[in-house]
Structures are given as C-alpha cells and as structure tokens.
Design a protein around this ligand. Sequence first.
Ligand code: SF4
Ligand code: MG
Length: 330
Amino acid sequence: MTPVLSVRGLRAYYQMRYFGTLREVRAVDDITLEVRRDEIYGLAGESSSGKSTLIKTVARAIRPPLNVVGGEVRFDFGQGERNLYALSAEDLAATRWRNLSYIMQGSMNVLNPVRRIRQSFIDFALHHMALPLPAFLQQVEDHLAHLSLRPAVLDSFPHELSGGMRQRVTIALATVCRPDFIIADEPTTALDVVVQKGVLAMIRRLQREMGSSVLFVTHDMAVHANLTDRLGIMYAGRLVEEAPTRALFHRPLHPYTAHLIRSLPRIGDDAPRHGLEGRPPSLASPPPGCRFHPRCPLAMPVCREVVPPMEELEAGHRVACHAARQGILP
Ligand code: SF4
Ligand code: MG
C-alpha cells in the first residue's frame, strides 16, 4: 500500500548570517520516513531534537530563517503522489484542513481570545467546506456532540474554558473537515494526566473513524506506548531508530532508545532511574560520526568518525547504530 506521507532525505536548516558568515543549525538532517494510511506514527526524542522542526517542515509551515536545503516531502491523498513544496500557494491552501491538518504546539492559543468559539470555526473552516452557513454550523454541532462536547461551547470565549476543554475544541476544529492526515505537536503536554487520557482517546477514536493518518509528536514515551502504532526516535536532528511501537519498547536496538525507555517510571519499581551523562549536542556544531557518541555507553572508535547508516536490521525495524549492526544490543 502506498504511504500517505513520504519524507526522503529531508534537510531543514536554520540559516543565519552573522557578520557575513553563514551560521547553520541543522535541526533536520537527512530524514527518511513514511506514514501509512490508517496509522498513528509517533515521533519521540528530547526537546530540541528537531521533532517540531521536522513536522513544521512536513506541514510546509516554515518561514526563514528555517529553509529546506534538501530532500522531499510527498503526500498522496488518493490522487497520486505530489511534492508538497512544488504546490502553488493556491493548491497548498486547498489541501489545508481538508487533506492536511496541523495542530501546532500550544495550538489551544489559535482560538481568537476576543471571539466566541463559533466564530473561530467560521473563520477557519467555513470556506473549506463549501456549505451554506446554517448547514456548516449544523455539521460543527454534530461533530462536537460526537466528541462529547456540548454545543454550548460555541457560545463561549476561549478564556471561559479549561485548558483541557480548549484543547478538545482545537482538535474538533482541526478535524471538522475530516482531513486525511493530521499532524499534532505535543497536544497533551500542558494537560494533567486525566485530561490527557481523554484527549488521547479522542484522537485515537477520530483516527479510527475517519481512517486518517496521524503524525503525533511528543517527548513523552508513556504517551507513545499507549497511542502510537509505529514510532520513530529522533536525536540531534536525525532519526536514529524506527519500529512498530510494541517491538521498539520490547527490544530497542539503539542505546538512546533504550535510555528513553529505561527512564520511564514503572509502577512498583523504586530502583533509581539510569541517567545519561551529558546533554544533547548543539545543532550548530554537532559532533562528527554518530551524534550520540559523546554520551553513548557503547561507543567505539568508528562511532566518532563514521555516521551510522539507517538500516533495517529486523522486519520493519530500522536503526542507525554501529553496535547494533554488529549484534551488540543496549
Ligand atoms: Fe553508540 Fe556508536 Fe551506536 Fe552511536 S553508533 S549509538 S555511538 S554504538
Ligand atoms: Mg517541540
């Protein structure tokens, strides 16, 4: 089955001139991945690993100094693959909301503070639906009811709603046009655990019912374990491992993934969590070879010089690690 999203060799750098010299922050560096129809693909990694930059680039929601310097982003919404960056502004606008919906980090703040929620729905979504206003509003109400939101929220101002309610409304807004592909960046991070659970269940249900694909970003591995079908791990601008979520938790092949999983709190286990020495590198001057080598307990001389290629070592399980290639597991 053809993937809905194909990212190939994507590089997106922040490029700044500093006294005549070009300074580059390589936030997304040679990333290749696919998201299939009808799956939730998770993207994990510490903050500033490039996750948000990657999905901004995938949504073509970038502006200078962030530039795409290589690679491709292709979508297939059922009429053949198209390069997102080759679309005209008009065609791009036509894909928004109906084909591709992007729930940005902190997106509860997209709701206009001085307008009632109803007006935000009208402002954002009405012209994508080609419906007369009364029919559109009926559809909005049906969609809200389906998501267990009272139609009365339409009369509210954003500040009258709780954070969890605002996030639900934002997700309702992003999905009212039934998009083929939903991109969500840390949509539950600001919420408490109980509210978070409700929002995640809502995303899962919408995805199943609409048969859409979701690209879901969070640093929270526990959320990935509960929500995603496949998972990619980013470190310092690169994808270092990718597998079905269950396989990845069961048997991580990359030392960094193993670290992320071991850092998860476990019920009934009071053993101290293993910390990792050091911090992620600056993306303006990342270390040569494997970018993880200064922190890696398995680092070998080759790791300091040669970038480990991403290879499929088990069916559907890709990893970029010299040790893993030699059968050494973290
Ligand atoms: Fe560690 Fe080397 Fe693997 Fe990088 S390539 S994760 S440094 S063993
Ligand atoms: Mg982020």
